[in-house]
Design a protein around this ligand. Structure first.
Ligand code: CA
Length: 223
């Protein structure tokens, strides 16, 4: 895990580098806002510890600059100001956490560890598109509340199209994902399967969800 500490007070920066290093993190330090900003833009840090009162760019400018540049790196803001107003501003600018100086190192460490343990939300179990509903866990699909009787491969094919709804999937991509095979241009297994799937998913209903994109492949999309 690689962290960046942006802190102008040399003593505090040293103390953080040492403490976090001992806790097993790789720690880089920047002593002003501009260097910190450039560093955080260039390197994929797992977390940035950001002081607010900094020369060059202040912490708020660093934070908003990173978010504007599309960086989603977690940012823990350190500041001497403990007002609700400042805290709200920090979160609005995209801070992930906030710690008021002076702080105990043990608290900082606990916050850092807790931030880094957070894992992305589990994938959705139910995918919906118009009146189509696919329960990935129970392997069931319904349209307009009616159960669709699908074979295992048809279910896989529909799930693939639904999880990547709006994206045109080539026959090669589909063949690899559903049949675990390299697409052989001699076989039309994908087209045949899509046709069968359509007969169940689309034919009985007025609005069509599975569309053919000539020369490219198939896409699941509400009309
Ligand atoms: Ca400072």
């Amino acid at each position: 895990m690689r962290l960046l500490v942006i802190e102008d007070e040399v003593k505090t920066a040293k103390f953080l580098k040492k403490g976090l290093g001992e806790a097993g993190f790789v720690v880089d330090v920047a002593h002003n806002g501009l260097d910190g900003f450039e560093f955080a833009k260039e390197v994929a840090f797992d977390l940035v510890i950001l002081d607010i009162m900094l020369p060059g760019l202040d912490g708020w400018e660093v934070l908003s600059g990173l978010r504007q540049a599309g960086k989603t790196t977690q940012v823990l803001v350190l500041t001497a100001r403990d007002s609700v107003h400042e805290r709200v501003r920090g979160f609005e600018l995209g801070a992930d956490d906030y710690l008021v100086k002076p702080f105990a190192f043990s608290e900082l460490l606990a916050r850092v560890r807790s931030r880094l343990r957070r894992i992305p939300a589990p994938p959705q179990n139910v995918v919906r598109m118009a009146d189509l509903e696919i329960d990935l866990l129970r392997q069931r699909a319904t349209r307009a509340g009616q159960r669709l009787e699908l074979t295992t491969k048809e279910f896989l094919l529909l799930s693939l199209l639904a999880r990547r709804a709006g994206e045109v999937l080539s026959r090669t991509v589909i063949a690899e994902a559903v049949w675990d095979m390299n697409f052989d241009s001699e076989t039309n297994v994908v087209d045949v399967s899509v046709r069968r799937l359509r007969s169940k998913v689309d034919d009985p209903f007025a609005s069509k969800l599975i569309h053919t994109v000539r020369g490219s492949g198939y896409v699941l999309e509400a009309e």
